[in-house]
Write a protein that binds this ligand. Structure first.
Ligand code: GDP
Ligand code: IMO
Ligand code: MG
Length: 421
């Protein structure tokens, strides 16, 4: 059985918690997109981690953890992360780094600052867009280049010349040196050299052998480079439609596509957000839900659940089931709203528009549901939820015609209700 965990909103849905839970049973966990822009919270044996690059299988001794070709990797961050987790678990995680994954180099972060794109889009400033841009422009550096340092220094010389022609007035750019950069890179890469391999073949073999393979998505559907709220998106394919390409496997045998959806909506950074609440209800979600970025610490914008966007995300990912998270954060609301449709230019629509400008002009049309005041702590079955909370679960399920398989009622692994469907 293989399962893909996919974010259905603007990221931070709780993918880390769900992947960590399902990884207990996995032989292999594959991160297939993005880089250290991701921040996945995992609570492992009472200790909280924010992972950026490593798949959640690193918390289990026998699990193979693949960083697939669709990722962009910052080796400095990877090294820190692996060391921290190894100190916690007591073993070095089994890693497999795709030879065709691209590397984030110091000048990628610098470019985001020089171009002002970090501030304009509210990015995570991890050099994500400049690295993916170099990949598309065929001037990137890949993990396999670390296996041939002589070739690497030549590639970097060429790349840096280009950079210096573009930014002749930047001291930081002008002083970049290919030999120095290569040396620094080889140094930080040293523990990983033996882990660089053909990841596509390894994943294909695991699937062929019917191993339990888990695919850990990063970001969320609405941040997808092609299918999200462009240009307020990330630079990779965040959805199931991009998974096979990012790894390099044919039509994958991923029978279970579990979409993760938060009980309300959040977004970090700039971009349209029709159901945003800039009032005490929104700040209540922010406080109770701890809605502060794992990667940047920025407060997340909060709002009511957007069912128009959710229907779109479920369809795009071909989600076979849902994991609904953070329903406990809604406890104490007198009433709960869900956005059923948009009003745009005097017309009502239940279609999610791909143009950010059109989405900016969309006014949410809400349905109001009853809230509940009882704590959800310790509840182990949907049937034991307060009636209004159970009705909320049913409303979402009916609206997107997809079963909710897991209901998460707290950040800890134990605070999880599994449903027999
Ligand atoms: P990810 O990027 O999708 O992995 O999500 P993040 O880790 O960035 O954000 C999710 C946040 O919600 C983290 O702080 C989690 O610990 C927390 N969380 C996950 N599930 C639940 C839940 O059911 N209830 C509450 N209260 N917090 C949760
Ligand atoms: P996880 O995996 C939430 C957002 C940034 C910014 C936009 C572009 O934890 O769900 P980038 O640095 O990727 O060029 O920034 O995308 N963003 C995320 N928001 N969760 C994430 O990852 C995100 N990764 C990127 O805030 O608005
Ligand atoms: Mg996150």
């Amino acid at each position: 059985m293989s399962t893909a965990i996919l974010g259905l909103q603007w990221g931070d849905e709780g993918k880390g918690k769900i992947t960590h839970l399902l990884a207990r049973e996995a032989d292999m966990v594959v991160r297939f997109n993005g880089g250290p822009n991701a921040g996945h919270t995992v609570i492992d044996r009472g200790v909280k981690f924010g992972t950026h690059l490593v798949p959640a299988g690193v918390f289990y001794p026998d699990t193979v953890n693949v960083l697939a070709g669709g990722m962009v990797i910052d080796l400095g961050i990877l090294r820190e992360e692996v060391d921290t987790i190894a100190a916690h678990t007591g073993w070095a995680p089994k890693l497999l780094i795709a030879e065709n994954a691209h590397l984030i180099l110091p000048y990628h972060r610098l470019l985001e600052e020089l171009e002002g794109s970090g501030a304009h889009f509210g990015t995570t400033r991890r050099g994500i867009a400049p690295t993916y841009r170099d990949k598309a422009a065929k001037i990137g550096v890949r993990a396999c280049d670390l296996l041939r340092p002589d070739g690497l220094v030549k590639r970097l010389e060429w790349r840096l010349n280009l950079l210096k022609r573009q930014w002749p007035d930047s001291d930081e750019v002008v002083k970049l040196d290919a030999a120095e950069l290569t040396e620094g890179l080889m140094d930080v890469a040293a523990p990983f050299i033996g882990s660089i391999a053909n990841a596509a073949a390894a994943v294909a073999a695991a699937l062929d052998e019917k191993q339990n393979v888990l695919f850990e998505g990063a970001q969320g559907t609405l941040l997808d480079i092609d299918h999200g709220t462009y240009p307020f998106v990330t630079s990779s394919s965040t959805t199931y439609v991009g998974l096979a390409n990012s790894i390099g496997i044919p039509e994958p045998a991923v029978s279970r596509r579990l979409g993760v959806v938060k009980a309300y909506q959040t977004r970090v950074g700039e971009g349209p957000f029709p159901t945003e609440l800039e009032d005490e209800i929104g700040s209540g979600f922010q406080q109770r839900g701890g809605e502060f970025g794992v990667t940047t610490g920025r407060p997340r914008r909060c709002g009511w659940l957007d069912l128009v966007a959710l229907r779109y995300a479920v369809a795009l990912n071909g989600a076979t089931g849902l994991a609904l998270t953070k329903i406990d954060v809604l406890t104490g609301c007198d009433e709960i709203k869900v956005c059923r449709a948009y009003s745009v230019g005097g017309r009502e629509t239940d279609r999610f528009p791909l143009s950010g400008e059109v989405l900016e002009g969309c006014e949410p049309i809400y349905e109001t549901l009853s809230g509940w005041r009882e704590s959800l702590e310790g509840i182990d079955a949907v049937g034991h939820l307060p009636a209004a909370a159970a009705a909320y679960v049913a409303t979402i399920e009916e609206a997107v015609r997809t079963p909710i398989e897991i209901v998460s009622i707290g950040p800890e692994p134990e605070a999880t209700i599994y449903r027999e469907l």
